[in-house]
Ligand binder design. Structure first.
Ligand code: NCD
Length: 340
């Protein structure tokens, strides 16, 4: 079993199935705090250094929210140009200094391998919030947690399921990490739908095949959507040489309610790491799906807080004493209902 306490979380390769199941049980325990039924102050006094050197809304805010919900405090740095990295400081020096100010660090950076390099200089655990097109381990964990929950609601598990991944599979770090995690499970069918220029990297396809899974690679959406999970992604424009090049692929694989009705199963679950690109020339996941109860994208984003709380609790070693630091919630808290 992976030793979470004090560990960096840099890649999904670190985990085995037992460790993931353990982490997901801790994530389940976080629900009453995330739902504001009660609060815990277990991390009161602890500081999260939340360093985001690439655009982010969900990941950055959910890391911060997760830490706050455990009673901890968040110190945030956003943007490369506003940090000393823009003055030529090395990742090592930045890490050495900022880790003295923090108890744990979450970091996103545009370069593959940068978060691991940063971790070399860090005196506290570093959690990878996305390093270029390489990996996004916490997203993959929350995706897998969501898949487990959604499959469970359909009386099924992760083993034996069929997942179709769509879009920019070349640059999408979330699908890279998710595929690697799925290699820990059994008998999965993966349908990888993308333009051939944006196909899943060969080393990941090899890993899928070596895990004994069935892997179908296609450029066609139609005829391939009768999956348990359809995982749509955004064209990762920031990883292309030019916007014009990204435009060649934008909007190629749109999903809307009509396509869903025609090609998906009646209970196919739709996921997306978000943000979905809702501009007219992309519109990869149409708003008319918002009324479809199988659209799991917002449940998926909510699960991100639970999984990140579990990661903070385990890396800081407080997972068994959370209840000891509980307090009631004394403000009005009753979130309005929505379809999804
Ligand atoms: C993803 C990312 O940053 O890789 N977003 C996220 O963290 N939820 C996907 C994307 O930006 O398309």
């Amino acid at each position: 079993m992976f030793k979470f306490e004090g560990a960096n979380i840099l890649s999904v390769n670190q985990f085995d199935r037992e460790s993931i199941e353990y982490l997901f049980r801790i994530a389940d325990m976080m629900q009453p705090y995330a739902h504001r039924q009660k609060q815990t102050k277990v991390l009161d006094g602890a500081i999260l250094g939340n360093l985001f050197f690439e655009p982010s809304t969900r990941t950055r805010v959910s890391f911060g929210t997760a830490f706050n919900l455990l009673g901890g405090h968040v110190r945030e740095t956003t943007g490369l140009s506003s940090s000393a990295l823009a003055k030529g400081e090395s990742l090592y020096d930045t890490a050495r200094v900022l880790s003295s100010y923090s108890d744990v660090i979450a970091m996103r950076h545009p370069d593959a391998g940068s978060v691991a390099e940063f971790a070399e200089g860090s005196r506290v655990p570093v959690i990878n919030g996305g390093d270029g097109a390489n990996e996004h381990p916490t997203q993959a964990l929350l995706d897998l947690y969501t898949i487990q929950k959604e499959q469970h609601a359909h009386h099924a598990g992760i083993d034996g399921m069929h997942i179709a991944m769509i879009g920019d599979l070349k640059h999408g770090r979330t699908v890279h990490s998710l595929c690697k995690l799925l290699c820990l499970y059994q008998n999965i069918k993966l349908t990888l739908i993308s333009p051939k220029e944006l196909a899943m990297p060969a080393y990941i396809v090899d890993a899928i095949n070596n895990a004994g899974h069935e892997c179908i690679i296609t450029e066609q959406l139609e005829g391939h959507l009768d999956a348990d999970i359809v995982y749509q992604t955004r064209i990762q424009q920031e990883r292309f040489a030019s916007e014009a090049e990204a435009n060649l692929y934008r909007g190629k694989f749109r999903l809307n309610q009509a396509i869903y009705t025609q090609h998906c199963k009646s209970n196919t679950v739709i996921m997306h790491p978000l943000p979905r690109d809702s501009r007219a020339d992309a519109n990869e996941l149409d708003n008319d799906l918002n009324l479809n109860p199988n659209l799991a994208i917002f449940r998926q984003a909510d699960n991100g807080v639970l999984v990140r709380m579990a990661l903070f609790a385990t890396t800081l070693g407080v997972q068994d004493i959370i209840q000891k630091y509980e307090a009631p919630v004394c403000w009005y808290s009753n979130k309005r209902d929505t379809v999804n």
